[in-house]
Ligand binder design. Sequence first.
Ligand SMILES: CC(C)(COP(=O)(O)OP(=O)(O)OC[C@H]1O[C@@H](n2cnc3c(N)ncnc32)[C@H](O)[C@@H]1OP(=O)(O)O)[C@@H](O)C(=O)NCCC(=O)NCCS
Length: 313
Amino acid sequence: MTDGAPSGITFRAGEERDLPACNRIWRESIDAYLLPMGLPPLPEDNPSLRRLHAHTMATDPSRFVVAERRKRAGRRQVVAFGSAVERGPLWFLSMLFVEPGEQARGVGRGLLAQILPAPLDSRVLATCTDSAQPISNGLYASFGIVPRMPLFNLIGRPRPGFDWPALPTGVVAKRVAEYEAWRGDPEVHALDRSILGFAHPEDHAFVLGEPRRAFTYRAPDGGLVAYGYAGDVGRVGPIAVTDPALLAPVLGHLLAAVEPRGASSVWLPGDAGEAIRVAIRAGLRIEGFPILASWSRPFADFTRYVPTSPGLI
Ligand SMILES: CC(C)(COP(=O)(O)OP(=O)(O)OC[C@H]1O[C@@H](n2cnc3c(N)ncnc32)[C@H](O)[C@@H]1OP(=O)(O)O)[C@@H](O)C(=O)NCCC(=O)NCCS
C-alpha cells in the first residue's frame, strides 16, 4: 500500500512479529517530547501495552497498520504504526505513533488515512490524546476529532479511615465468579449499550485476561445497577453505572475490595466530577498531564462510565 505515503514509505497490515517494534516506537516517540520537559523515561518493557496491542490486532486486524521505510539492500524497517477498533457505530483510534526521526513528514497523516473508515459520515470518530501534544491534537482535529473532555489519571490509595460515600442501602456488591456467564450476560451488554451505544464483549474478555476482577452491583430486585473491574496490580476500570450518583460509591468499593501491592490507578473523565472530588479528598493524586478525550460527535455518557484505559474505551 503506497496511497498517500511519503516518499520511501510503504504501509502494510501489522503482524504479531511487528509488536516489539511497535512497543519501541511507542516508547521512543513519547520519550522524545516528555524527556525535554523533565519527565522520567518510560520503562523499556510495558507488558500491559503489549497485551493491548495484541488485543486490538486480534479484534481489528485490518485496522492495525505499520509504516515501513526502505533501507539499504532492500531491507525494510517499521518506523510507525497505527491501530483502531470499531465497536458498533464507534471508530476509536487506539494508537498512532511515528518514530521521532520520521515525524512531521506526513507519515502520521498517511497512516491515519489507511485506518480511517470509508465513508466517514455514518461513524463516530474518537480517540484519546495527550494534552501535552499539539501535533496529535491538531492532526486529529483536522478530521473533526476534536478534544472535548479531560481524563485524569488518579493514582494512590484512599487514606485509612477516609469516609468514602457508601453504596445506597440495598445495593449489593458481588465478585463475579462465573466468567463465561458474565461475558454473555444480557444485562451487562444492555448497560454498555445505554452508556456507549454498543456492547463490547471482546473488550470485557480482554479486561478479565489482564487480569482484572469483575464486580456486579445489584438492586434489591436483583437488577444490575453497575459493574466495575479492579486488578491486583492496581488498575481500576472500566466502571459502568445506571445512575451518575453511583459512580463515586462504586469506585470506593472497588478500591477497598481489591487492595493492590502498590498504588491503585484509574482514569477518571472530567464529566465524573464527584468521583474526582472524592478521590482527591481521599488522598489519590493526579499523575502527569491530563489526556484529552476527543470525538467527532458525542457518543457516550461519561457521567456514568470510566474507561478501561485511554487506548481502549
Ligand atoms: C502525533 C504523530 C503520530 C503525528 O505523526 P507525524 O508523521 O509527525 O505527523 P504528520 O506530518 O503526518 O501530520 C501532522 C499534522 O499536524 C499538524 N500540526 C502540527 N502541529 C500542529 C499544531 N500546533 N496545531 C495544529 N496542527 C498541527 C501539521 O501541520 C500536520 O498537518 P498537515 O499534514 O496538514 O501539514 C507523531 O508526531 C508522533 O508519534 N508524536 C509523538 C507521539 C504521539 O503523541 N502520538 C499520538 C498519540 S495521542
